[in-house]
Design a protein. Structure first.
Length: 140
């Protein structure tokens, strides 16, 4: 789906993710729903704050396949690429920002950045491995 690059667009995207996860059988209070929603919230916030180009929207894609949930957020600002190595270190304890990709790294099984094939910009993606109900019961 496409959203305006505004705080309202980010909020609507986050709500869509948590609702879709519930529709797919991952309840609102499940660990997977909470993790995927938190990752999506960070990625769309980055798209709005750092990837915003006036008059351009960001896109969110959420898919579930082969035991993983994939979140993709595309914006049109290709020159501002997150550095996976740089962003994965712990943030400064007194900093007011800079924790987003650290949180994504902690919650996602893997994440990365790729150029948008259909236009200018980039797609930041993250994947969370979905656990079956049997695996959840064993790990509890």
């Amino acid at each position: 789906m496409r959203f305006t690059s505004t705080p309202r667009g980010a909020r609507l995207a986050r709500r869509l993710v948590t609702q879709r996860m519930d529709e797919w059988g991952h309840g609102y209070d499940s660990a997977l729903n909470e993790s995927v929603t938190a990752i999506a919230a960070e990625l769309v916030a980055n798209a709005v704050c750092h990837g915003h180009v006036p008059g351009r929207d960001f896109q969110l894609r959420l898919t579930e396949a082969r035991g993983a949930v994939r979140i993709e957020v595309a914006d049109t600002r290709g020159e501002r690429m997150p550095d996976e190595a740089e962003e994965s270190g712990p943030p400064d304890a007194l900093a007011e920002s800079g924790r987003g990709l650290f949180l994504v790294t902690a919650l996602a099984a893997r994440w990365g950045v790729s150029p948008r094939p259909a236009g200018p910009g980039k797609t930041v993606w993250a994947e969370c491995d979905a656990m079956s109900p049997a695996e959840v019961a064993v790990s509890s």
